[in-house]
Design a binder for this molecule. Structure first.
Ligand code: ASP
Ligand code: MG
Length: 420
């Protein structure tokens, strides 16, 4: 058994969906559980629907939703012949549920409505792709993952109830493979014990696929993307970026931690626990080898570069020039938790410390005002955080030439530089 995950870009239009079919055809006869994201930018579009609804702009919400509907109905119409009516009927059932909700007035919190609306993107895309594959003779079973993935009710960032979900996978998913080799389902969404839809956080489909791989004891997970594989730097910023053919789990976790947009960081643990290799492959050129991520340690990696722009450095100075001890430190971490921000870098001295954060103005303001109860606070904006793993002097010189180093933190294998 293998698990595949196709992201939004891979099912963005009819040609891309045909391309997915061509890839799956290569694997005919092999059991595959296939997780598919919402088409293209559908999730963003549905977020706009949820926001308009919550602002009380019902007509606007309905109109925005109409665009999402049209786009999916049009795609289905172009792709399907035999299964057109059945697929359209299923899509319309999902549409109706959302429209009912949009006709109500919001009485619960935003995150709840967000999940009820946004979860439909993956239901639409998988319904269309499943119907198309069946028409093409790639016989598959469509599965509503909300019947399998049980979560808590922390809407928009729901946590999976693994033991319940494991039982459901055994009783509700494994038997599907007796009928067909392919099961098509959604990532990113789940349901509470009260059958309310939930989402696992943006870009959460990789994570769903990894949990499936773990619970099914899959031989591998393949994530199909529009890039060649994992690169050592963002090719948009560094044209000489190179493909990393092999990485180990810990390296990927480190890269994600420092802000590399490789794969959702939660994806690794479920795979690592069962030693399941992760392939990152290009859906545009499926014959390319891509990157494989596994447990073996790898030596001789080139420098891996992660850039985070729009950074803020907050300078905190004790008000009475007392040393910074456990007390202000623990208060500081309480503030991080209260504001829900993760510092990208912290450096402390005797009477002052500096904290590097992503520039999210609402959070920075909140953080600064809470911290002002303990410290004198100064905020410096417009910085760039550069992280280099496996650095050497040459790269370090190259990447920092002509820029002022505001802060440097260095360990044996990683250097972080905050540049102005
Ligand atoms: N469709 C969701 C998103 O765009 C989940 C995913 O694709 O991973 O965030
Ligand atoms: Mg995606």
């Amino acid at each position: 058994m293998q698990v595949f995950k196709f992201g939004g870009a891979s099912v963005n239009n009819t040609d891309r969906i045909k391309n997915v079919a061509a890839i799956l055809r290569q694997y005919s006869g092999q059991p595959l559980l296939v997780v598919i994201s919402a088409m293209g930018k559908t999730t963003n579009a549905l977020e706009k629907v949820a926001e308009a609804f919550y602002r009380g702009e019902k007509d606007q919400a309905l109109q925005l939703f109409e665009q999402v509907k049209t786009q999916h109905l049009t795609t289905a119409k172009y792709l399907l012949v035999k299964n057109a009516l059945a697929c359209e009927a299923r899509l319309r059932d999902f549409f109706t549920e959302v429209e009912w909700l949009l006709h109500d007035k919001p009485v619960r919190n935003f995150d709840y409505y967000y999940d009820q609306i946004v979860c439909t993107g993956e239901l639409f895309s998988t319904s269309i792709v499943s119907a198309y594959l069946n028409e093409e003779g790639i016989l598959n079973e469509w599965l509503d993952v909300r019947d399998v993935f049980r979560t808590d009710d922390n809407f928009r960032d729901a946590a999976i109830d693994l033991s319940f979900t494991a039982k459901r996978v055994a009783s509700g998913v494994v038997p599907l493979f007796e009928q067909h080799n392919i099961v098509i389902t959604q990532g990113f969404i789940g349901a509470t014990d009260e059958n309310e839809s939930t989402t696992l956080g943006r870009e959460g489909s990789d994570y769903t696929a990894a949990v499936f791989a773990n619970l099914l004891g899959a031989s591998s997970l393949s994530i199909w993307k529009d890039v060649e594989g994992v690169m050592n730097a963002d090719p948009k910023l560094f044209p000489e970026a190179q493909l990393l053919r092999e990485l180990n789990y810990d390296e990927v976790i480190e890269m994600a931690y420092y802000g590399a947009q490789v794969i959702h960081p939660k994806t690794i643990k479920p795979l690592q626990n069962k030693d399941i290799p992760l392939h990152v492959k290009c859906f545009l050129e499926p014959e390319l080898p891509g990157t494989v991520i596994h447990n073996q340690s790898i030596s001789g990696l080139p420098p891996i570069i992660v850039v985070k722009n729009d950074q803020v450095l907050v300078h905190l100075h004790t008000q009475d020039f007392s040393f910074i001890g456990e007390e202000p430190m623990s208060r500081l971490y309480e503030i991080f938790a209260a504001v829900k921000i993760k510092p990208n870098l912290i450096q402390s001295g005797a009477v002052s410390l500096v904290v590097c954060l992503d520039n999210r103005s609402d959070k920075i303001d909140q953080f600064a005002s809470l911290a002002a109860a303990l410290f004198d606070v100064q905020v410096e904006k417009g910085l760039r955080l550069l992280t280099i793993r496996h650095y050497n002097d040459t790269v370090l010189q190259q990447l920092t030439a002509g820029r002022k180093r505001v802060l440097v933190q260095q360990s044996e294998d990683t250097v972080q530089l905050l540049l102005s």
